[in-house]
Design a protein around this ligand. Structure first.
Ligand code: DOR
Ligand code: ZN
Length: 404
């Protein structure tokens, strides 16, 4: 619970400095106030960078109902290995998260496991059937987030009603923007049209809207315009939608796009418009993938992909990356995390940024080994993850580094 990380490069969205981080009773304190009569675990940070641990605005842990793909426990371990200590889980479980009972069960089990802070979104429509909102009075007692992620809301009137409800009750609507009439023929139009609709509904209703896994240049442009207009809209992009390699072929929804889309997303990150990285961690078995399930098991490769593509290849600062992986998502999720400053939660990730290595999906602790990044060379390895002053992940490399 009391930790001192010594001789470490400290980076968050606001600063880069060398020194020590002190965590007492789970909270970051002023390093000059180390108390003589308290026990501290000393962590040697030499050669490492400390960042505020990451917060994911978009995660699937599959429980209840699809435990053969992932459980809250394996998902939590995977998140910690990826440097994450906070995740917002989507509600496309079985049963779906359409009641406070299911939502609270997930949250309580997440607490028992204790590796990462689990927030659970409820569904916008009852059962993700796109028909009724009657369950929302119950759902809102357990969560502040609603989404029909995995599917989206096709019915304009239902979405209008849901967004009015969200505004009246202080909920955040997370939109999986996909017009199903176009899913088989034009996935670009499918995303764009629904994004445009949801921005219009945001303007009309005043609801707080968060657009998930935004992947097209057209959607990015409209969202930037909406932000300039002052609408209460935020958006996330995924690591796989910024990985610019046309040889990458993989089934994921929204699909991997074109270079112009990747360029637009990276430019939007550079200009400070992108609010967060959402991994859309979507674990599936090999058999389910063979049968066409869309998705990437991405929470363990998020930091190395983002660091390699954004910082190494595109000159985005590590401070800016920290803003979209920690500070902003923490704010969206309502957490006292995301900065290495006195009074913030002692949630820290130690990373090594100088050594190139290969992604090896057989090392994933997630049940889902479904990744297009196997064998890719990257920089940026998570060595240790700390939540509330407790070590929740320590990589084998951390100890071998100590032995050097
Ligand atoms: O690729 C995806 N997988 N996109 C989604 O929207 C849902 C997710 C899943 O649940 O597998
Ligand atoms: Zn989605």
């Amino acid at each position: 619970m009391n930790i001192i990380i010594e001789n470490v490069n400290i980076v968050d969205s606001r600063k880069t400095e060398y020194g020590k981080i002190v965590i007492e009773n789970g909270i970051i304190v002023d390093p000059s106030s180390i108390s003589e009569d308290m026990d501290y675990e000393i962590i040697d940070g030499r050669g490492l960078t400390a960042l505020p641990s990451f917060a994911d605005t978009h995660t699937h842990f599959r429980e209840p109902g699809f435990e053969y793909k992932e459980t809250l426990e394996t998902g939590s371990k995977a998140a910690a290995r990826g440097g994450y200590t906070s995740v917002l889980l989507m509600g496309n479980t079985n049963p779906p998260c359409s009641s406070s009972k299911v939502i609270n069960k997930v949250i309580n089990k997440g607490k028992e496991i204790g590796l990462v802070e689990i927030l659970q979104a409820g569904t916008i429509s009852d059962g993700i059937k796109g028909e009724s909102l009657d369950h929302l009075d119950d759902v809102r007692t357990a969560t502040s987030f609603i989404t029909d992620d995995g599917k989206g809301v096709m019915n304009d009137k239902l979405m209008y009603d849901a967004m009015n409800y969200a505004r009246e009750n202080g909920l955040i609507v997370v939109s999986h923007a996909e017009d199903h009439y176009f899913s088989d023929t034009d996935m670009r139009l499918a995303e764009n049209l629904m994004t445009f609709r949801d921005i219009d509904l945001c303007r009309i209703t005043g609801a707080r809207l968060h657009l998930a896994h935004v992947s097209t240049v057209e959607a990015v442009e409209r969202i930037i315009a909406a932000k300039e207009e002052g609408l209460p809209v935020t958006f996330e992009v995924t690591p796989h939608h910024i990985f610019g390699d046309s040889s990458l072929v993989y089934r994921v929804n929204p699909p991997l796009r074109e270079q112009k889309d990747i360029d637009a997303i990276i430019e939007a990150i550079r200009e400070g418009y992108v609010d967060s990285i959402g991994t859309d961690h979507a674990p599936h078995t090999a058999e389910d993938k063979k049968n066409g399930s869309p998705g990437i098991s991405g929470i363990e490769t998020s930091f190395p992909i983002c660091y390699t593509v954004l910082v190494r290849q595109n000159g985005i600062t590590l401070n800016e990356l920290s803003r979209i992986m920690s500070e902003n998502p923490s704010r969206i999720l309502g957490l006292n995390k995301g900065l290495i400053e006195e009074g913030y939660e002692g949630d820290i990730v130690l990373v090594e940024t100088d050594t190139e290595y290969e992604i090896d999906s057989s090392q994933f602790v997630s049940k889902g080994k479904n990744t297009p990044f196997d064998g890719r060379k990257v920089f940026g390895k998570v060595m240790m993850t700390i939540k509330h002053g407790n070590i929740v992940y320590k990589g084998a490399d951390y100890d071998s580094r100590q032995a050097l």
